[in-house]
Design a binder for this molecule. Structure first.
Ligand code: ADP
Length: 477
């Protein structure tokens, strides 16, 4: 049953609506079936999570919560290769990238295990004759809706943060890829997490996801996914004024000044867009280069792009397939409209000759000639396509970098120390990396966006605080 059920109150439960097929994006073959959870299973999961909040789990001392999470981290590390292979096959990403993801997932539980007993409140000097304490408390039941691009990592940052702060969780993973999440849910029970503290209901977004977002028993919602779905989830949560964390993607720029170490910048820029075939919220999808260094940078990038090969994740090449045919068709039609607007292809990689014909492969591509207001320059492509733009000075670079509705991550490449310090202040971005770039990385680093990229922060200690509310207690002596 395990893979085909919903994980509710510590047990695998079949969904009333049956199952869905889990497809291998490299071959189109059915890997297995997953539960098609819906309102009934969400109801049971929320009720188990509510019970956990009125039972033992809510009474556990923080240090015990931490120990269980640390144990889970250790179990993930023990089964690292097996979980990495599941993640690789289910998402299509190259095996070494899946391995990095599972290393990060184990690290989230190590981090949040250690953090559980470090969260404390404040005492505020107030009127004479009073003592004021601000206490941090869990929200209660956290609803978590996660995407298919980093199933295990997003599980780590959300479930780790929420449980360490003392909440219980009902998680709806993405129907396109959730096999690692099902394995992790069972491992959490093996680590000693009590029944009901973590419940997982796989299923379709419009069924299980919508039921979770609108459930009156949810006290906080964390959503990671597309802006359009985020709007639907936020609208539904707003009916009951449920607090939200929203991570909705980006159109992240790498700004490369002529004085930068161009070799390092080029190497990192390629990795930041090819990682997970560009299906990363924080993918560095725009390369803004100072005109004086444009030829030198483009030739470095073109050389690297031409050498990139994509194929099945298990073959561990540079790039895997896109998650499904719909994403591939969406990308190809956007590029088609780009071509009509003057797009030039500067370099293109290739699909391995023996890659299965039914796989959703798209060769990595370096392009230019896109008008700054075109959809290819403005919207997430979610594919291995890097678009080059030129600028003449810092003002123009900042205007271009800030010139989309997103604001998740920005890369800045320069050897000028004052520019490295001054420019991050002007960038509308949740994270700025100077002379490095961490698409998707950084367990310890608060992560989240501004503008249409969303609000709230996950990862790091701030991420744990996002899963808490505050109570101000005023005592008159
Ligand atoms: P993408 O566009 O990247 O495929 P989505 O933003 O639609 O992704 O999906 C992210 C998560 O939101 C997935 O778990 C998906 O099942 C879920 N989801 C999709 N539609 C809804 C909805 N209407 N309500 C709640 N969750 C949804």
């Amino acid at each position: 049953m395990s893979g085909q059920g919903c994980f509710i109150n510590g047990k695998w439960v079949a969904a009333e609506s049956g199952t869905l097929e889990a497809l291998d994006p490299a071959t189109g073959a059915v890997i297995t079936e997953i539960a098609r959870g819906g309102p009934k299973e969400v109801e049971a999961a929320v009720s188990a999570a509510r019970e956990a909040m009125s039972g033992d789990w809510a009474q556990w001392p923080a240090v015990e919560r931490g120990r269980v999470l640390s144990r889970l981290g250790a179990l993930i590390a023990d089964q690292h290769e097996a979980i990495a292979k599941i993640e690789c096959r289910d998402t299509g990403k190259p095996l070494s990238q899946a391995r990095n993801d599972i290393t990060a997932t184990a690290r989230y539980f190590e981090y949040y295990g250690g953090a559980a007993d470090k969260l404390h409140g404040e005492v505020i000097p107030y009127q004479d004759g009073t003592t004021v304490m601000v206490q941090r408390e869990p929200y209660g039941v956290c609803g978590v809706i996660t995407p298919w691009n980093y199933p295990a990592q997003v599980f780590g940052r959300t479930v780790g943060g929420a449980l360490s702060a003392g909440n219980s969780v009902v998680l709806k993973p993405a129907e396109e890829a959730c096999l690692s999440v099902l394995t992790l849910a069972e491992l959490a029970a093996d680590a000693g997490l009590p029944a009901g503290a973590l419940n997982v209901v796989p299923g379709l977004g419009v069924e299980a996801g919508a039921a979770l977002a609108s459930h009156p028993g949810i006290d906080h919602l964390s959503f990671t996914g597309s802006p359009a779905t985020g709007t639907a989830v936020a609208r539904s949560a707003s009916e009951r004024h449920v607090p939200l964390t929203m991570e909705l993607g980006g159109k992240s720029a790498q700004i490369v000044f002529a004085d930068a170490d161009l070799d390092r910048a080029a190497e990192t820029a390629v990795r930041a867009i090819v990682q997970n075939a560009g299906q990363t919220c924080s993918a560095g999808s725009r390369l803004l280069v100072e005109r004086a260094a444009s030829d030198a940078m483009v030739s470095r990038l073109a050389e690297r792009f031409s050498a990139l090969i994509c194929g099945p994740g298990l073959e561990d090449l540079d790039c895997g397939p896109l998650i499904n045919g719909a994403q591939k068709a969406r990308l190809e039609s956007m590029l088609e409209r780009g071509r009509a607007a003057g797009m030039q292809i500067l370099a293109v990689g290739r699909v391995a000759e023996d890659a299965p014909a039914a796989g959703h492969f798209v060769p990595p591509m370096l392009i230019s000639g896109i008008p700054a207001d075109h959809e290819v320059a403005q919207e997430e492509l979610f594919g291995p396509v890097l678009t080059v733009f030129e600028f003449d000075d810092a003002d123009e670079a900042v205007a271009l970098a800030n010139g989309t509705e997103f604001g998740l991550v920005t890369g800045l490449w320069t050897r000028d120390a004052s520019r490295a310090l001054a420019l991050p202040r002007r960038l509308q971005s949740g994270q700025v990396f100077v002379n490095n770039y961490g698409a998707g990385g950084g367990v310890e680093l608060p992560f989240g966006g501004v503008k249409r990229s969303g609000y709230g922060r996950e990862k790091g200690f701030e991420g744990m605080k996002s899963f808490t509310t505050m109570k101000t207690v005023v005592l008159r002596h």
